[in-house]
Design a protein around this ligand. Sequence first.
Ligand code: ATP
Length: 513
Amino acid sequence: MAQEDVFKKIVSHCKEYGFVFPSSDIYDGLGAVYDYGQNGVELKNNIKQYWWQSMVLLHDNIVGIDAAIFMHPTVWKASGHVDAFNDPLIDNRDSKKRYRADVLIEEQIAKYEEKIDKEVAKARKRFGDSFDEAQFRSTNARVMEQQAKRDALHQRYADAMNAMDLNELKQIILDEEIVCPISGTRNWTDVRQFNLMFKTEVGSTADGASTIYLRPETAQGIFVNYLNVQKTGRMKVPFGIAQIGKAFRNEIVARQFIFRMREFEQMEMQFFVKPGTELEWFKQWKETRLRWHKALGFGDDAYRYHDHEKLAHYANAATDIEFKMPFGFKEVEGIHSRTNFDLSQHAKFSGRKIEYFDPECNESYTPYVIETSIGVDRMFLSVMCKSYTEEQLEGGDTRVVLKLPAALAPVKLAILPLVKKDGLPEKAHEILNRLKFHFNCKYEEKDSIGKRYRRQDAIGTPYCITVDHDTLTDGCVTLRDRDTMEQSRVAIDQLIPMLEEKVSLTALLKKLQ
Ligand code: ATP
């Protein structure tokens, strides 16, 4: 099946099974804004818990905060967002569609990479075990030609972005003969800058009202609380502050479902370190964060690092962790070495001294910062994309199963009486009342057992237990595994310790140690 079709199926599965709905659905939705349904909110909360606990529980030098969405307007002046939080936009005159010029060029670079990867895969198949990839890449004429084109484009693009040369960005699009995917034409407007922050007013009268912004990132809430937390928590550098919260961006292009939203959620952690040690910490956080992703078990080839071509003027290292979505490798998380830029700017604009006295070297300094910043919604999408599976069964049936990591699954256990009589529903409720303190359980008695299994497969429930007539006498239930569909008999008393090991967040967190 084409990847595009797979993605469409995932989007409709999300709606059909109560994961994600368009916002204000009965009014036909609102562009790039989505609501999470009864299963979606559970999955999302589990992702947030996995992140939060991996940061705050597993590190005794990381604490959390929850800052307000509204902040003093000067925050965004100091951070540079008022002047420079722009994306370069370009319109196609024929389709009337709007694009980000930088994204169009990055997709073109990805196309060269795809061509190279195809050549490499073909050669690997031809040469088998004796294949030497490094040698092939450095000697094959077709690969070398594509690499040269990619590198040249890369360089030209990086230069244009660093200089924010809008004419050059347009020229690259023309020279690369990039066409609008909708109209297929090259009838482009000039490239313009577009500020992504939403504005609103605080105060009740027009005179006294002042413009404030909906925060476009959660990070600034951490920076302005650095002194509060450091002092009240008696924190010693190096230490981190973590936060999960909503962020808002008036995105130019809003087409890939929850990949790019105008209201979304971020999980950010700012780690304050001694100047001069930041690159070592950057390396460490890069590895730690990739380990967090990989522990979910989606396979190592689902991830790659992408070092930034364009470093923000204040950053001295930056990388993205990209995930293999059905529409290509895409950024899910950014890890940035932000120097002391933010704290220094806030010191300058607020007039407050924002420093740390380091008793070990007996001096004061403005700490440097390593940031890890991940979008909850993008993470959610990546989990959905990797988990959605269609399986052909014997007899020609197809089964749709969400192979979610058990710790993230919205429902951990479905409790199903085989029939709606003979005391089985009562027994099933008795079991439910014991287990519900430990796991998110669902009780279902409607329809045949086969249909009920399918419904649980579709929302990713890792285990179902069936209560049958024997249960009443032997105290055992049938436990069915979502992925293998294997069934085994288990004593009711054994269920809690056995499932705890398989579905709890603790089991997942232990993999990080
Ligand atoms: P992009 O280049 O895709 O616009 P970005 O580099 O601007 O992303 P950051 O500012 O580094 O993103 O934000 C950190 C994380 O927040 C991203 O890795 C992503 O997971 C998430 N994020 C950013 N913008 C959005 C959005 N519009 N919708 C959903 N998630 C987002």
